[in-house]
Design a protein around this ligand. Structure first.
Ligand SMILES: [Zn+2]
Length: 231
């Protein structure tokens, strides 16, 4: 095998290594990352807290109503017991009863309002809970997929590294040095020649250059300096 073909193979291995390494680092950055899940979790937590507060408010109002009702019963018993004969005292008692009834009415309106809010918030909490479960499930399966991809890629990369070692060991060291230097400078060191054109810089090669590229010895494009490879 000619040295340019060997170098071209080396370049293919290198480009596989580069894209594989890039893909691997993307996978690694996504492994363990769960921004969406933690956002959903904190949204749910704050919604749950709001719901707890509303329930607490509802219970306080219910206790308040019980209290007013108890007072009302006592006052009404007193009113109808016949123990009070004084008209002024009776009128006072009636006023107290009216006041308690009004207060009960107001508290009942309030508690109904709060109960409606509790209902709405409960629905939101259960919707968010479902959403979170779905997100967590998706996240888990995505993480499993990523872990599998990572394993597969790492195996591919280690195969490629091994292949590179074998390949570069079989190439004259000066050629590998030139390859490395060109790769560092230009990104790609070996350019294919297609229809007389260097695919590295898209310049037509002279007949002499093509002749040289066809030979066994290493030749470089006179324009871009890349190693020319003719299949
Ligand atoms: Zn060129």
């Amino acid at each position: 095998m000619g040295v340019t073909k060997q170098l071209y193979q080396l370049q293919e291995v290198d480009s596989g290594l580069e894209s594989g390494t890039q893909a691997l680092s993307q996978i690694i950055s996504r492994l363990g990352e769960n921004q969406a899940v933690s956002n959903a979790r904190s949204k749910l937590a704050s919604e749950q807290q709001g719901l707890e507060e509303l329930k607490h408010q509802q219970h306080s109002l219910e206790w308040e109503i019980d209290d007013v009702v108890a007072k009302l019963i006592t006052a009404e018993e007193e009113l109808y017991s016949g123990r009070i004969a004084n008209p002024k005292e009776l009128a006072n008692l009636q006023r107290e009863i009216d006041g308690l009834k009004l207060k009960r009415c107001q508290l009942e309106d309030k508690v109904l309002e709060v109960m409606e809010q509790v209902e709405t918030n409960s629905a939101t909490v259960s919707r968010l809970t479902n959403e979170l479960e779905t997100l967590e499930e998706d996240w888990r399966s995505q993480q499993q997929q990523l872990a599998a991809d990572r394993e597969r890629l790492e195996a591919t990369l280690s195969e490629l590294k091994h292949k590179r070692e074998l390949l570069s060991a079989g190439i004259v060291s000066q050629a590998v040095e030139l390859y490395d230097e060109l790769k560092r400078q230009k990104g790609t060191a070996v350019a294919k020649v297609e229809q007389g054109i260097c695919q590295g810089c898209r310049i037509s090669l002279s007949g002499a250059e093509l002749q040289r590229a066809r030979g066994d010895r290493l030749s470089q494009c006179s324009n871009c300096g890349r190693i020319l490879f003719l299949e």
